[in-house]
Design a protein around this ligand. Sequence first.
Ligand SMILES: [Zn+2]
Ligand SMILES: [Zn+2]
Length: 207
Amino acid sequence: MTSHKCKLCRALDEWDLGHYDERMLRDWQRESGRKGYRTLAKEFNTMLLRRQMDRAGVSTLANEAESRYERLTGDDETVAHETREVLQREGLPIDDLERSFVSYATVRTHLKDCLDAEHTPTKSDGTWTTQSIEIASEQAQKRAETALKSLATDGEVAIGGDPEIDVSITVTCSKCESRVNVERAIRRGYVCNCGNNFDKSGTTVNE
Ligand SMILES: [Zn+2]
Ligand SMILES: [Zn+2]
């Protein structure tokens, strides 16, 4: 391991979870059912939440930790706020937890730079097209991080710790102005409804 410490390294230290690296590496590198950065980030964050729920004596049966994590980080701010309040009342260190939650970009940095690990892309990783989107975000993230660090060194930008850059590529439809993350659009198969000339029954919709 190098001296580089990312946010995930610090979270592993802080919550005494050094052994978690092994599991993450295994899930990332295995041939079948390989987990991507987003899944790994979500699993790590959920695991942090579950441990603290256990510690506070809150039931984690029936995927309670998973569903609370979804609510806490979902798009609905009211739901997120309510979930945060419930967790706080139950005695969880919610501020510390949220500070430790990592993004997919951090998982990538951690695996590739801190652990110096690699994985051989397999067929299940998708085509070159989706891979090139991943590579593009990765390069953008690294360049922005380097640039920001150098600006910080020069005293042009003030930042307390290491900057965590999260790059996400967004597509906007020029017609209806819907915006969606490009990976999400690929996963679900459309950007917006006007790109869909077919309704769910498969017949053409007249405009
Ligand atoms: Zn790290
Ligand atoms: Zn549209």
